[in-house]
Write a protein that binds this ligand. Structure first.
Ligand SMILES: *Cc1c(COP(=O)(O)O)cnc(C)c1O
Length: 383
């Protein structure tokens, strides 16, 4: 059975680094503020040329932190794609803001800029570009809109660690960015994430927010002689244990990304025939975007019943996965938010998209086996 996701090879890489190559005490269980966290933060800042990284317990909590430091008020509006994970909207709803869902672009499946423009009102405070599958949103136009209307840009780059747009790391382009290190992502520690602050206006608030609303960080730096409760916050610190697990992966960032991209490219090459026969459509890499091989998906042609394809592949030992249920039509999305536009693309792709197994260490043989099964199943079911 070839599973959709398997972190065995990644764990082995980490264990090798921790067990035999390192003489520090990084693996000791430590709270936030650990040596491992400091080292991890530094490596990530350096590799991505990010101004300031804060490791968090998840991408969801990083998004909550982002919503907190933006000081959103009840009734403020946040423009979010409908084709995304719950947290891209939920973090803002927790602050009383209203998510305004918009459609995605048929090629990239990322937020459609023309729809963003239609959704702007005098209550709009934030736009959330989500880099689906590690493919860059049209950041140039989104930043332009943000500047023109005094709207903040928070990138949900959960899937886009080590991706670049014109050489600039995704997650570092907007005012704030967020990453995920959940086990389904490219760099993992079970549960984990990061907040990237590029707009210096939010630095102090971010530092306070993650330390339960206190100035504890200033205390640690010797800037105040005791720390105290200043404002809203929570515990948004990553455990030192999790950071110790992440560090070797960040040090091997290029190796991990190259491995994933090579698998992605093999899928792209091998699905070309199916695309030219009209049985599927392939993903699209935006101009000037260097992706990280996070995900390889195809859109099945309308003739197929997706559930039947998924089941037929599983019967032949290959686990594939569908993806998002559109947020604008979910019970909570309808309750807390509203949508603008016809959502044609989001509704359509949510019925037809499948994701193929892709993880660090997936062998060439297994990749070829997945392709063979996909090819066979699509031909058998093409009636
Ligand atoms: C995975 C993911 C998240 C949530 O990440 P967690 O670390 O599990 O909280 C948020 N947004 C997107 C787009 C994701 O893919």
């Amino acid at each position: 059975m070839i599973r959709f996701n398997d972190t065995t090879a990644l764990s082995r890489l980490v264990e090798t680094c921790l067990g035999f190559e390192r003489e520090t005490d990084f693996a000791k269980p430590l709270a936030g503020g650990s040596a491992a966290e400091a080292a991890c933060t530094q490596v990530l800042q350096d590799k991505l040329a990010a101004d300031r990284v804060y490791l968090t317990p998840s991408c969801t909590s990083a998004l909550e932190m982002a919503a907190l430091v933006c000081q959103l008020q009840a009734g403020d509006e946040v423009i979010v794609p409908s084709n995304t994970f719950v947290s891209s909207a939920l973090a803002f709803v927790l602050r009383g803001a209203v998510p305004v869902f918009v459609d995605c672009c048929p090629r990239t499946k990322n937020i459609e800029v023309a729809e963003v423009e239609k959704a702007i009102t005098n209550k709009t405070k934030v736009i959330v570009p989500v880099h689906y599958a590690g493919m860059a949103c049209d950041m140039e136009r989104i930043l332009e809109i943000g500047r023109a209307h005094n709207i903040l840009v928070i990138e949900d780059a959960a899937q886009a660690v080590d991706c670049r747009l014109k050489g600039q790391a995704l997650g570092t382009i907007g005012d704030i960015g967020t990453y995920s290190f959940h086990e389904t992502k490219n760099f993992v520690c079970g549960e984990g994430g990061a907040l990237i602050v590029s707009n210096p206006h939010f630095l102090e608030m971010a530092e306070t927010a993650r330390e339960k609303g206190t100035d504890r960080s200033r205390f640690f730096r010797g800037e105040v002689d005791k720390y105290t409760w200043r404002t809203l916050g929570s515990s948004y610190l990553l455990s030192g244990l999790a950071a110790a697990y992440l560090l070797p992966q960040f040090e091997n960032m290029q190796k991990i990304s190259q491995n994933r991209v090579a698998i992605w490219e093999a899928y792209y090459r091998d699905t070309a025939a199916l695309q030219s026969e009209g049985l599927i459509s392939q993903p699209y890499v935006p101009n000037d975007c260097q992706h990280n091989g996070h995900m390889f998906y195809v859109l099945l042609d309308h003739r197929y019943d997706r559930e039947q394809v998924i089941k037929a592949m599983l019967d032949r030992g290959v686990q594939v996965a569908s993806h998002y249920v559109p947020l604008h039509s979910s019970p909570a999305g309808r309750k807390f938010g509203r949508f603008v536009g016809d959502m044609k693309v989001t509704n359509d792709i949510s019925q037809r998209l499948i994701r193929l197994p892709l993880y660090y260490g997936l062998s060439e043989q297994d990749q070829a086996a997945v392709m063979q099964v996909l090819d066979d199943v699509l031909r058998v079911l093409n009636t």
